[in-house]
Design a binder for this molecule. Sequence first.
Ligand code: ADP
Ligand code: MG
Length: 700
Amino acid sequence: MTDARSRTARPGSKPPLTLDTELTFLKGAGPAVASRLKPLGLERVRDLLLHLPIRYEDRRRIVPINEVAHGVEALVCGKIVSAEVRFGAKRWLRVVIDDGRASLVLRFFHFNEAQKAAMTDGRWLRAFGGVRVTPSGPEIVHPEYRIADSALELPPETRLTPIYGLATGITQTRVRALIQQALAVAQTDADYKADFPGLGGPATLDALRTLHEPDGRDLGDLLLDRHPAQIRLVREELLAHQLCMRLLRKQSKSAPGTRIEGVLAAEARLQGALPFVMTGAQRRVVSEIARDLAAGKPMLRLVQGDVGSGKTVVAASAMLGAAQAGLQSVLMAPTELLVEQHARTLNGWLSPLGVEVGLLTGKMKKSERDEALRRAATGATPVWVGTHALFQGDMKLKKLGLIVVDEQHRFGVGQRLALRDKGPAGVTPHQLIMSATPIPRTLAQTVYADLDVSVIDELPPGRTPVQTVVLSNERRFDVLSRIGEACRQGRQAYWVCTLIEENSELQAQAAEETYRQLREELPELKVGLVHGRLKAAEKEAQMRAFQSGATQLLVATTVIEVGVDVPNASIMIIDNAERLGLSQLHQLRGRVGRGATASQCLLMYQPPIGQGSKARLEVMRTTNDGFVIAQKDLELRGPGELLGRRQTGLVGMKIADPVRDSGYIGGLQKLADDWWLKAPKEAQRLISRWIGDADRYAQV
Ligand code: ADP
Ligand code: MG
């Protein structure tokens, strides 16, 4: 299959739309919209189809304003009483609507003149959002809304409203409209018209339509992720994943690999430069890697190790080994924050040994980036650190011998496949994949079927287990005095703001608000703030300040979830912890308990909370063991509670969650073996549908 057809067509020449057409050919998607959708992985029409809603909202009933409840989302409709711009720390728009029973305030922090002008008194406004009941009455911050001259023009919806993961500056309405167009295109696509035999359930396109435009009939099943349409797509994706792993395995088994000897010598040399002694588990894993690298076959090894088990130094040993053999290696991490941290760490360890570490981040100036790419291409700098995304771009390394992928749960099989041609022609680089997402051992073999697995099953000595306390946010005052006290004793703390919001803009706002509040409440402390919307340089400065102890309390969004390492930080507060899934809580908590001081994690919840949330917090309170938590997660994830979907987000899948959906994997492995032998064409079709990169598969 080739997907080059429509890529070269220019706007204006009106080619027929296909699934491979770029998004910009759709109505309502100019270059600006397209560039904002790109980070979500949405570039072609086909990507939109599989961009499934992350949840649904029920806007089928208008709630009288005097019946709205705190913390509950509601559809309200009322007459506009006033709309005025206010000036506080920021300029904002305050709109009051009244439905004859009560009034409600809408707050907008981002708005334009046209929006404001449309809100004239006496018109009707229908809004949907999470309600906050404040002493001065109910309010909604940044609702989705519509305006009309009469209430009759604003009836409730007849279908459930799908909510999609968003990019800044793109509205739900816009995404919905684009997906409608994508569905229409799929209707004419030969691949989607031909169903797959033996998969059961509704055909793919029917399933997609059900999920994008749910009529609400099977609401319960839908919300619990067990609607036949969901099951069908999950099975399809898992099967595609299984097939792709067979492909990866076959490729690497048949390719020659560069022999790298001397990894153990490198480890010994590195050990000499370290301020600590590597654990037995770390050394065992390094020796497993050393054996792979010296074997003359491309290594494909996964290192699983709980948060804080010390994976970085294991990777560094392998990278030093490669450097000593005259080869380059790259370490890829999912966030800029983590990349910068890794660059600092590796520099600290390797530059005293005379090994240069290069950095590649998305925020570099073009001239700096070009220079970095040039150096990489000449083979000069032996060790590189950068984000996943960067290495998927045009980077080439003349002497690439080893690729390390950190925090693999953010990185999919398809991406791994694309790494093949980063190095010199004909050479398959060794791959070391590191994951802190502890998945139950029983599952590892199936989820990572193509990888050899090493486990770092020992934490560095001298760590006292994190003590976890669960408490209601009514005790916020106690929490504040505890933090104040601890910081006075020279300790540092994280304050993590959570928000079920697919919009990073709103998350940033919530964090900024908490930041302001905490600075008022704890005036004697130096408080820092880090969230996803800060500029890279600012993020880095904030992290440095926290790392050096210049700030004592760091207010953060879940951006610090992966990999961040500040050993002196020994307290973590997680606000609204009941909203997070177990694996996310575990990752976050792993940021503390890294030094010698006893650490605390305070999980604050907003009462009342449901049974499921209670059970999760209880698991967190009683154990620190990632594998136990993963097992509990599997058990607790039964039906009964809707919780942000896909909590694990393992291995870069779009909709399946190998932990939640583990029950299907066994059967699908058999099916994959079958297809692999008897239906290679179908197998290829399924892989390109779900994992993409059709060109590449055509070479197989
Ligand atoms: P993770 O496995 O979560 O990526 P890191 O590699 O970030 O863990 O290591 C966590 C912390 O433990 C770092 O500060 C690191 O320097 C330190 N560390 C790693 N190995 C050891 C060890 N054997 N003894 C003491 N500290 C160690
Ligand atoms: Mg790490």
